[in-house]
Ligand binder design. Structure first.
Ligand SMILES: Cc1cc2nc3c(=O)[nH]c(=O)nc-3n(C[C@H](O)[C@H](O)[C@H](O)COP(=O)(O)OP(=O)(O)OC[C@H]3O[C@@H](n4cnc5c(N)ncnc54)[C@H](O)[C@@H]3O)c2cc1C
Ligand SMILES: *[C@@H]1O[C@H](CO)[C@@H](O)[C@H](O)[C@H]1NC(C)=O
Ligand SMILES: *[C@@H]1O[C@H](CO)[C@@H](O)[C@H](O)[C@H]1NC(C)=O
Ligand SMILES: *[C@@H]1O[C@H](CO)[C@@H](O)[C@H](O)[C@H]1NC(C)=O
Ligand SMILES: *[C@@H]1O[C@H](CO)[C@@H](O)[C@H](O)[C@H]1NC(C)=O
Ligand SMILES: *[C@@H]1O[C@H](CO)[C@@H](O)[C@H](O)[C@H]1NC(C)=O
Ligand SMILES: *[C@@H]1O[C@H](CO)[C@@H](O)[C@H](O)[C@H]1NC(C)=O
Ligand SMILES: *[C@@H]1O[C@H](CO)[C@@H](O)[C@H](O)[C@H]1NC(C)=O
Ligand SMILES: *[C@@H]1O[C@H](CO)[C@@H](O)[C@H](O)[C@H]1NC(C)=O
Ligand SMILES: *[C@@H]1O[C@H](CO)[C@@H](O)[C@H](O)[C@H]1NC(C)=O
Ligand SMILES: *[C@@H]1O[C@H](CO)[C@@H](O)[C@H](O)[C@H]1NC(C)=O
Ligand SMILES: *[C@@H]1O[C@H](CO)[C@@H](O)[C@H](O)[C@H]1NC(C)=O
Ligand SMILES: CC(=O)N[C@H]1CO[C@H](CO)[C@@H](O)[C@@H]1O
Length: 701
């Protein structure tokens, strides 16, 4: 029997679905090339367009984002288990061009649209009292549908440090995460031309080639990219031959999540869902915001069992429920996951009581330990063509889903600078100073009075300060060449982004309405170490712009300009200008419960029998990396853990891999391409720096 709410939903959604299909005459083909109806084609993808779902599923995944769709795809490989994904955002079909064409991350961005949650932090005193915008994907694929496609990995040292923070943490050490990141990946080597132009080095043995997520390089590269690593070497930051094998520091041209067969974005939907044959046991429902998890009455107080999930299509729509027979997997991201838990009565009791939500499980760490990468940039004027002017001269209205090599160009020149690159030999004094500030920091800077949360702050702090004395990156330095011109100035930007912050913030709900955003307070630069590192990173960015060969195309510094010289100048300027690099995490930290942890090493929420969190919110520490690749690795391992519990699939290192794609002919990268870096083989292409003003909102990309 369907509930009334569900019946209403069926009517509502089928009427909107028919509006959606009506009038469109797009032609779709099946795998034999025969024409098929649009909605037949769409249904093949396991996405539910008519609102009709079953009453009950074994697994309900909350959030069809980066991790959520990967987990749903893997769990539904077991045909005897039913899986439902509930995603708050729409399918993304209507904005396929913005999603699929890599360059459109800059030229036709979805940031600020209805496909973006558009979160705002509260006023940040150390950001000149600004509120900082936090974009997050609200669409199938989540943030992987609108991110900058950098495909980089954290280093072994920091991943092993994570594993050491929790009993059972060997499931999360480097060896495990590395294997799972490779499992998710299908690496394609660059063409020889691109490799030479970009001066690209890589090691194929650090990559997977049979996973669903395409990892490659753009099909077009700008000559200046080839000068990036050389310029870094000139200031002592080494050229990395293999940034993906666990030593993620130094300068390199990053891989990107691009499908090189048609130069399209590879993201969790296109990788893990679209290539699937129809699966009777997998349903993905868009436009469905989960409003809370409902627990079985009479289940033990310290081990509550979820038995249904409540959701709604809008603030005013009737709430519907769907039953769960095995598990709820929350994959709503670093903001959504703690929010869903709190709405379900799981969280800090003061927060829940303030909004009249009954406390089911008191977990003071939910929403705490929030960490993010902050970023800003030094910009330089150049006389050369900009990416924007070249882009404007090109045909941008390509048919749906098609891309050209040129439009696959996105930023990927990067470097992870270590602490001595930033501070020289002074770093040991700096590190000692931070170590000795532990007590004063934990007694004044933690946004909680809970002793567990404070202990967690200390555990994260201790790990972060210990990692400081190693070669891992403290600052990411990125070369930004893409954007839209706001003026006639042609500008290149060199960005600096703090990777291992000491500031920890929190987020919490101040409304029981799930359609109100949570209050986000990252407490940026509350710890003074963070501004020191950001300032030194910006100084490095300035130095790089004045270092050959990069400097030969630079006319002058535009911003911050010559008036900013002293440390105080830099600090004041940075406070006015930094934004997020889009990497919030740690808000449902995997830590022991006595350290304010939210999940254990099996991703299970403390106090709940059958609810896990599996997304970027569970990392306990910030990494020197963009977060999508570790998130895919986490999702793969989450599926391994869940299948080991329910389906007798042993939890081992993935040596053999079952990709969800029906057919695959594998092409392995040729070993001869490996680790070749031949500076003398640079082509003598005319230097055409394509510099441009960065979309200011895309600061971190
Ligand atoms: C603008 C931007 C640029 C970035 N650039 C890069 C980059 O270049 N490289 C990189 O590696 N990383 C980048 N990142 C970061 C990376 O994309 C994210 O860290 C990662 O995708 C997070 O994955 P997730 O699964 O934790 O969350 P998400 O992918 O955000 O998924 C969460 C999903 O849950 C849904 N949801 C939330 N609440 C609910 C609810 N109540 N009910 C139902 N559904 C809900 C959301 O709509 C979303 O689809 C960027 C991020 C952004 C926003
Ligand atoms: C969920 O299960 C309960 C019985 O446990 C039943 O009363 C309810 O109708 C079910 N809900 C749906 C949506 O089928
Ligand atoms: C989701 O809602 C939007 C806005 O109402 C609508 O245009 C779209 O068709 C809906 N998507 C699905 C899959 O029903
Ligand atoms: C990996 O990508 C290549 C394209 O570079 C493709 O030919 C191959 O089929 C893909 N492999 C899998 C397993 O999807
Ligand atoms: C590097 O820069 C120099 C000087 O600007 C330029 O002549 C050369 O073409 C560039 N090399 C590459 C590979 O872009
Ligand atoms: C790109 O190619 C893949 C096959 O590698 C295909 O599945 C996908 O639909 C294509 N994307 C678009 C948007 O055409
Ligand atoms: C130590 O840190 C404090 C702030 O916590 C700062 O005021 C002081 O200058 C630092 N000292 C050194 C030597 O870095
Ligand atoms: C952090 O390190 C200090 C020593 O510097 C130690 O006293 C403290 O117990 C550690 N805290 C945690 C939670 O590990
Ligand atoms: C940082 O990198 C440089 C260059 O490789 C190296 O000499 C130095 O030892 C590194 N610093 C630390 C703290 O490991
Ligand atoms: C919740 O906090 C936000 C941000 O501070 C504020 O704008 C909003 O008014 C608050 N809502 C309630 C109900 O207090
Ligand atoms: C919690 O309940 C589940 C079944 O609902 C059971 O398998 C598990 O052992 C229980 N855990 C504890 C710690 O009691
Ligand atoms: C599901 O099928 C797998 C084999 O594919 C089997 O090992 C497992 O026991 C089955 N699980 C259940 C619950 O029937
Ligand atoms: C459609 C397209 O991408 N056209 C051109 C855009 O500009 C680049 C660089 O000038 C060309 O290589 C493309 O062919």
């Amino acid at each position: 029997m369907r509930s009334l709410g569900l019946l209403l939903a069926v009517v509502l959604l089928s009427s909107s679905a028919s509006c959606f299909t009506g009038g469109h005459r797009d032609i779709f083909h099946d795998e034999y090339g025969r024409e098929i109806q649009r909605d037949q084609a769409l249904r093949r993808r396991n996405i539910v367009y008519n609102g009709q779902i079953a009453n009950s599923y074994d697994f309900v995944v909350v959030g069809g984002g980066t991790a959520g769709l990967a987990i749903a795809s893997r769990l539904s490989e077991d045909s005897n288990h039913t899986v439902l994904v509930l995603e708050a955002g729409d399918t993304g079909d209507a904005v396929a061009n913005s999603i699929d064409i890599p360059g459109n991350a800059y030229y036709s961005s979805l940031l600020g649209s209805s496909y973006d949650w558009n979160y705002q932090t509260v006023v940040q005193p150390n950001a000149a009292n600004r509120q900082i915008t936090w974009p997050r994907g609200k669409v199938l694929g989540g943030s992987s549908a609108l991110n900058g496609m950098y495909a980089v990995r954290p280093s072994k040292l920091e991943v092993d440090a994570w594993g050491a923070m929790i009993p059972g943490g060997d499931k999360w050490n480097w060896n495990s995460l590395f294997a799972n990141m490779k499992k998710s990946e299908n690496f394609t080597a660059p063409s020889q031309e691109i490799q030479q132009e970009g001066n690209i080095m890589y090691d194929p043995s650090s990559h997977g080639t049979s996973g669903p997520v395409h990892v490659s390089y753009p099909g077009y590269i700008l000559p200046v990219v080839g000068n990036w690593t050389v310029t870094l070497e000139d200031i002592g930051i080494p050229f990395s031959a293999d940034a993906n094998g666990g030593d993620g520091w130094g300068g390199f041209i990053a891989t990107s999540t691009i499908n090189p067969t048609n130069w399209t974005r590879s993201y969790s939907r296109s990788a893990y869902i679209d290539p699937l044959p129809p699966r009777a046991n997998l349903d993905i429902l868009a436009n469905s915001t989960v409003t809370r998890i409902i627990f079985a009455t009479g289940s033990p107080q310290n081990n509550l069992s979820a038995n249904s999930v409540e959701f709604a299509t809008s603030r005013t729509a009737l709430r519907q429920t769907v039953n769960v027979t095995k598990e709820v997997i929350i994959a709503s991201g670093a903001i959504g996951s703690p929010q869903v838990l709190m709405l379900s009565g799981v969280g800090p009791s003061d927060v829940l009581q303030a909004v009249n939500i009954p406390v089911n499980v008191e977990l003071p760490g939910i929403g705490q330990h929030l960490q993010d990468h902050i970023s800003t940039q030094v910009t330089f004027q150049t006389s050369d063509d900009t990416a924007a002017s070249l882009h404007a001269a090109n045909a941008t209205n390509l048919p749906n889903g098609q891309s050209s090599p040129f439009l696959s160009f996105i930023n990927s020149a990067t470097a992870y600078a270590n602490i001595s690159d930033l501070l020289g030999s002074y770093y040991t004094t700096f590190q000692e100073n931070i170590t000795s500030a532990l007590q004063t920091s934990s007694s004044t800077l933690v946004p909680s009075t809970d002793t567990g949360v404070i202990a967690g702050y200390e555990a994260i702090y201790n790990t972060t300060v210990q990692l400081m004395g190693t070669p891992i990156g403290q600052m990411e330095i990125l070369l930004s060449l893409t954007g839209t011109t706001q003026s006639t100035d042609k500008v290149v930007a060199i960005q600096a982004a703090l990777q291992h912050p000491f500031s920890q913030g929190r987020l919490y709900i101040n409304s029981s309405d799930p359609f109100d955003p949570p209050v986000i307070d990252p407490k940026y630069i509350s710890h003074p170490a963070d501004i020191v590192m950001l300032r030194e990173g910006l100084k490095l960015a300035r130095i790089l712009g004045n270092t050959a060969p990069l400097s030969s195309a630079v006319i002058s510094e535009v911003s911050p300009g010559p008036s900013v010289q002293s440390d105080d100048d830099w600090d004041a300027w940075a406070a006015e200008n930094f934004g997020t690099e889009f990497h919030p995490s740690c808000s449902c930290a995997m830590l022991p419960q006595e350290q304010g942890g939210v999940v254990d090493s099996d991703l299970k929420v403390y106090g709940l029998a059958n609810v896990r969190v599996a997304d970027a919110s569970v990392f306990p520490i910030a990494f020197a990396a963009h977060l999508q690749m570790p998130t895919y690795g986490l999702a793969e391992q989450a599926a391994n853990i869940i299948r080991a519990q329910w389906n007798g699939v042993a939890l081992t290192q993935p040596s053999s891999v079952t990709p969800p794609t029906a057919t695959s002919t594998q092409s392995k990268p040729t070993e001869t391409n490996a680790k070749t870096s031949n500076a003398s083989s640079f082509p003598t292409l005319s230097i055409s720096f394509m510099f441009s003003v960065l979309i200011s909102i895309f600061l971190g990309l």
